[in-house]
Ligand binder design. Structure first.
Ligand code: SF4
Ligand code: SF4
Length: 457
């Protein structure tokens, strides 16, 4: 159990109020243990499902997929600066000839129609000669499955747009808005690419099947600026922006784009300001995570129900290549090793019962996560990273989650958390760089044990 003493400020009266937060049972109370959240009556809640826990020693397997991710290969016509796939060892490339064997195998391991099928690159449109016949065959076999692909947009054409529309694809174009120059080439600089991307937007956005996916990094910190960029680009104030979190650090490029310690507080202040003032309301990672955190408090969600943030530790989420290799996730290849030394090839579809996810570590097996106040929002960062890359990703994830944490608590209580006391690293306690401005509670909080008295500013 990890309990935290939160120093919060009433946004209307500026009264300083201490709260107790427990990341394991999601309770938020006053110092007497009375909930400050209107929780949902226990009799009305669905029973919490305990999340399966994977580790090298106790690896999870896979079942017939609800979410099927097909990796076409990791080739891309761009080389973006912090791409999670940049240094992943490449497989022998798949090609159109693999499709018939792959399709013929499906009935042996896809026992129920998947809810969703995702087509992944690299850049998936590099593989258009494979993608088209594959997706068409899968559409015939699974007419109700949601289809999706994430593309850099540079290889779209009017014909491909029509085809993606006809097959019912949801398309996300990866683009960092005003920070795209940090990431890599910008297809919007080319008038032809720009027009074809916008043509696809006009086709699919009204059907809720288009988003621009943007990532934040130290040179692209403002969600408000990203949202304004895409509203301006599309002329649509309802434009949907996917992703929208701070980058994970998969390599030196990712570390270079991670926040420096002196940037933590300014970033959190800006992110909180953007969320609070509705300037990031079209960004899915903000909307979804604030609501998920709010609901964790309303339903007192136990940490035992938390899987990893990306969901690839779920037994019914499966990533495969066209040779039938089962992979840790869509961002790696069968030829690559995970940082813990295990192969990212975790099995083969012909022997689904033998699949063993040894390359990943559930948050409960990390030293830091169980005692982290951001656990319910972050859910452990990337499950296969280790060492300095995981630590840099964890630092990014912590700063990324704090404004969500503060916004969720303010939404429910009118109280803005400014300081967290508990068993966490000293430099993680001051949320916005304001702790010194609320000295009475800080001083009281440093006297152990709890409780501390309510102190007014
Ligand atoms: S911020 Fe770091 S320690 Fe906290 S849950 Fe995320 S990965 Fe774990
Ligand atoms: S394991 Fe999850 S978080 Fe890590 S690269 Fe794969 S999809 Fe992303």
């Amino acid at each position: 159990m990890a309990k935290f003493l939160i120093t919060a400020v009433d946004s209307r009266t500026e009264k300083v109020v201490p709260l107790l937060y427990d990341n394991m049972d999601s309770s938020l109370t006053d110092l007497e243990g009375r909930s400050v959240v209107r929780t949902v009556d226990a009799s009305l809640r669905a029973p919490a499902v305990i999340a399966p826990v994977t580790s090298r020693e106790t690896p999870l397997g896979k079942t017939s997929p609800r979410i099927l991710k097909i990796s076409l290969g990791l080739s891309c016509n761009y080389a973006c600066e912090y791409c999670s796939q940049r240094f992943v060892a490449r497989n022998v490339e798949t090609n159109p000839d693999d499709i018939s064997v792959f399709l013929a195998s499906l009935d042996k391991w896809v026992l129920n129609p998947p809810d969703a099928i995702e087509f992944w690159g690299g850049e998936p449109l590099v593989y258009i000669k494979t993608l088209k016949p594959l997706a068409q065959a899968l559409r015939e076999k699974f007419p109700a499955a949601r289809f999706s692909a994430i593309t850099n947009g540079s290889l779209l054409s009017p014909d491909i747009n029509q085809w993606l529309d006809d097959l019912g694809f949801t398309v996300s174009v990866s683009h960092d808005g005003p920070g795209q120059h940090v990431r890599g080439p910008d297809p919007l600089d080319d008038p032809q690419s720009r027009e074809v991307i916008l043509e696809l937007y006009r086709r699919l956005a009204p059907k809720g099947r288009f988003s621009f996916n943007a990532m934040l990094n130290r040179e692209n910190q403002s969600r408000a600026a990203i949202q304004a960029f895409f509203v301006d680009l599309t002329g649509d104030s309802d434009v949907l922006i996917g992703e929208g979190g701070l980058v994970d650090a998969y390599d030196a490029g990712g570390i270079a784009q991670s926040l420096r310690p002196e940037e933590f507080h300014p970033f959190r202040r800006q992110a909180f300001h953007d969320i609070r003032h509705g300037k990031a309301g079209r960004i899915s990672s903000v909307r979804d995570r604030v609501m998920s955190f709010v609901n964790s408090l309303r339903f007192e969600r136990p940490a035992s129900s938390l899987g990893q943030k990306c969901g690839m530790d779920r037994v019914d989420s499966i990533a495969v290549d066209l040779k039938g290799n089962v992979l840790t996730c869509q961002n790696v290849s069968a030829a690559a090793l995970a940082p813990n030394g295990e192969s990212h090839r975790i099995g083969h579809t012909s022997e689904l019962g033998q699949v063993a996810l040894k390359s990943a570590t559930h948050w409960s097996h990390r030293k830091e996560c169980p005692s982290c106040p951001m656990l319910q929002i972050c859910k452990g960062a990337c499950m296969f990273l280790q060492g300095p890359l995981w630590e840099a990703s964890c630092d990014n994830a912590y700063s990324d989650a704090l404004p969500i944490f503060a916004a969720g608590i303010e939404f429910l209580t009118g109280l803005v958390p400014v300081h967290i006391e508990g068993e966490l690293r000293e430099e993680r306690k001051d949320i916005f760089g304001f702790s010194d401005q609320v000295p009475p509670v800080r001083a009281a909080a440093s006297r152990k044990p709890f409780p501390v008295p309510v102190v007014t500013a």
